[in-house]
Design a binder for this molecule. Structure first.
Ligand code: ADP
Ligand code: MG
Length: 699
């Protein structure tokens, strides 16, 4: 498929250019004011906008519209309604009102609410988020107008991922503007959080996927012996694209561009069959919607190429898992990136204050940040020597660490320079060298003019970690604003703030290798939390300190925070429960029968060979080994059944999750170990599951 990219880009988006074309001038102006947060949308304007949207969508073949929202499952939800409106004379016309645009009322009783509402209290509302553009989506022959929405309960509590994100953006803007004003910037009116999420994923051939109940039901392999070759040759990372994959990427990009998603960077990742896609960054709210569209499109387009796209954090044991790298910064309404250090960061007061605010936030709320990426999938990644550990720390690099240390001593006087790099050949150009090297192992790394939060899981909505980061930085900025606003000498007060932070939070800065055991030990000495499991991580969320934080900034009430945490606990338990049950099904109905068949075959071989008067010792030895392993597998199946029953019967969200972690997961590991060993000796023709080698290397 070919396309003229600039012509196709945003073709299916009701963006500013389209709105300017379709809307009367005064309506457009009025909407602009709503978009800038200056005034709410009035009903008459809403009607005109809705009508223009409908005409535009119908011209693109749309028959339906939907409110598209993000319940606490972390996925998206939609319910389609046709534009049709029957008339008394038997005809029908196509209609879409302002009311239908602004508010929806899905029967929302089956979405997780964490106890915020009982199932019989079904009413929930969706509300148009006009800051994220409306678009038309083509799914097969179905064309629908999508309206990005927030989702709340009848009593106004947030039931989704978008509402707290929007609230946190307001909080961050408010506090950042206070600080900037106190530092003398009188023109700034608004600060937005920006986000560029890098998305990792796997592609496996559809035919293998169909034969693996574990992939089908849980998104990860629950069995599978280590293949003779994994990622040790380091040949896949940035390797040349296989043609089938390249064609997939080409179509993926075209689909995303039509939706206005700025898909930009693509490459092979570390593990075989693993890839990455990164867009150009945007406002965090739009980035979150676009990342959802990206995950959806990845899966749809993969199917067209005979692949299945796996978004799970750890689809395969023994090779790297997938994450999302959330690149984050703050930008003023004048387009100034507040984390841009400039040429001489040591005398860039705005930058230093923003940098120190982030550092204070990350150290003070490290547990919360860790909890924001806690789920069943990510538990297999964090701290497993491939992804950042479960310890939150900040990488600043040489230049900024030097400045940070100068600040601790009372003030920064100079900035180390990058210089030039000579490559030793006259034909190669001298390269300007960055002032700082990169660090791929850090969970929270400064990368030039933004921070990169690398602990996020590949399947996660970026809204959760996004609103946590916005809120904790807003909090640090609010303290700084308090200090600056009441100071007579603002410059001296700012110096003092920077010094205090540099002294107090030095422990969070770490530039070394985060994958080593030495760092784990050192972090413990520094008093940094190392929370390995999901249930331990989630139980910190509703502390008095965190409740105060979220309510102070109007992001979540205590009830909303508790409900959300409950949903996360339950999500974990449900996920592990499904995995355990899937394992049992595969083990009992596929693996054990195959092993029994093989043992019968060996038994026959023993008789046949002995009858021929030849020693059947080797066959007997093998038969004994297989039978021993079958016995072990049998008992481990029983143990897993017991553990699952125990966990299922445990009451209380935290205890429930704890039992899945401590009783069920180890039983799963034990069962897998025996099954994987059997896979290495049982006749390949009898083994019912596609192997790791097939799934990872056939493209
Ligand atoms: P790398 O793999 O080197 O980290 P990528 O190019 O894959 O880099 O991804 C970097 C991401 O950071 C991109 O999505 C990019 O748009 C984003 N980014 C760049 N500047 C900012 C910024 N100011 N705020 C947020 N994200 C940014
Ligand atoms: Mg990166």
């Amino acid at each position: 498929m070919s396309c003229s990219v600039t012509g196709e880009f945003g073709r299916n988006v009701f963006n500013e250019v389209t709105m300017r074309e379709c809307l009367p001038k005064n309506v457009f102006k009025s909407l602009k004011k709503t978009l800038d947060g200056e005034q709410p949308l009035d009903p008459i304007t809403a009607d005109v906008i809705a009508n223009a949207m409908k005409d535009w969508a119908i011209a693109k073949g749309a028959t339906h519209f939907c409110h598209w929202f993000q319940p606490m499952t972390g996925l998206t939800a939609e319910k389609h309604d046709a534009f049709i409106s029957p008339r008394a004379d038997g005809r029908t016309i196509m209609e879409f009102s302002g009311k239908e645009l602004i508010r929806g009322e899905p029967d929302a009783s089956s979405f997780p609410s964490g106890g915020l509402r009982a199932t019989f209290e079904a009413r929930g509302y969706t509300a148009w988020d006009c800051t994220s553009p409306v678009f038309v989506k083509e799914d097969g022959k179905n064309v629908t107008l999508y309206i990005p929405c927030a989702f709340c309960s009848y009593t106004g509590e947030a039931l989704d991922k978008k509402t707290p994100l929007l609230r946190s953006m307001d909080a961050l803007s408010k506090q950042a503007v206070r600080v900037l004003k106190a530092l003398g910037d009188m023109t700034v009116t608004h600060v937005t959080a920006t986000m560029g999420p890098e998305q990792e994923y796997f592609l496996v051939d559809q035919s293998f996927y169909a034969k693996r109940l574990d992939l089908l039901l849980t998104g990860r392999t629950l069995f599978g012996a280590k293949p003779p070759r994994g990622q040790e040759l380091e040949d896949h990372y940035f390797g040349s694209l296989h043609e089938r994959v390249a064609s997939f990427m080409n179509e993926l990009n075209n689909e995303l561009w039509k939706l206005g998603v700025t898909a930009k960077t693509q490459h092979n990742e570390v593990a075989p069959a693993q890839y990455e896609l990164a867009p150009v960054f945007s406002t965090i709210n739009v980035a979150a919607d676009h990342n959802q569209l990206t995950m959806d499109t990845l899966q749809k387009v993969a199917r067209r190429h005979g692949f299945v796209c796996l978004l799970h954090e750890k689809p395969f044991a023994g090779v790297n898992g997938s994450g999302k790298h959330n690149n984050w910064s703050m930008s003023t309404d004048m387009g100034v990136n507040l984390l841009d250090p400039g040429e001489t960061p040591h005398d860039n007061m705005v930058f230093l204050v923003m940098l120190c605010a982030v550092i204070r936030a990350v150290d003070k709320y490290a547990r919360l940040l860790r909890a924001s990426v806690a789920n069943a999938g990510n538990e297999h990644r964090l701290g497993a020597n491939e992804a950042p550990p479960a310890i939150v720390s900040v990488f600043l690099g040489e230049q900024l660490t030097d400045i940070f240390e100068q600040l601790a001593k009372g003030g920064a006087k100079n900035s180390k320079k990058g210089g030039q790099l000579k490559l030793g050949s006259l034909t190669l150009p001298p390269l300007p060298k960055d002032s700082t090297d990169r660090n791929r192992t850090s969970p929270f790394a400064f990368t030039g003019n933004k921070f990169e939060f690398r602990m996020v899981g590949s399947s996660q909505s970026i809204s959760g970690p996004g609103f946590v980061l916005n809120t904790i930085v807003a909090d640090a900025l609010s303290e700084i604003a308090d200090a600056l606003e009441k100071a007579e000498d603002v410059k001296a007060a700012a110096q003092k703030v920077l010094q205090d932070i540099a002294v107090k939070h030095a422990r969070i800065v770490y530039n070394g290798d985060n994958y080593t055991g030495e760092w784990v030990a050192e972090a413990a000495q520094r008093g940094l939390p190392n929370v390995r499991t999901t249930y331990e991580s989630l139980r910190d969320v509703c502390s008095a300190e965190h409740v105060a934080l979220f309510s102070k900034h109007g992001v979540l009430s205590r009830e909303e925070l508790e409900a959300r945490t409950e949903v996360l606990f339950e999500g974990y338990s449900k996920q592990v429960n499904i995995e355990a049950l899937t394992m049992l099904s595969i083990a009992k109905r596929q693996l054990l029968p195959a092993c029994c068949e093989y043992s019968a075959k060996l038994g026959k071989a023993v008789t046949t060979v002995s009858d021929a008067g030849i020693s059947a010792e080797p066959q007997k030895k093998l038969l004994k080994r297989v039978c021993d392993l079958i016995a072990t597998m049998e008992s481990r199946i029983e143990a897993l059944e017991k553990a699952t029953a125990k966990a299922a019967g445990t009451r209380g969200a935290e205890k429930h999750a704890q039992s899945y972690r401590e009783d069920v997961l180890p039983a799963m590991v034990a069962l897998r170990q025996t099954a994987d060993e059997l896979e290495t000796i049982v006749d390949a023709k009898l083994w019912p599951l596609p192997t790791y080698a097939e799934m990872l290397f056939v493209r």
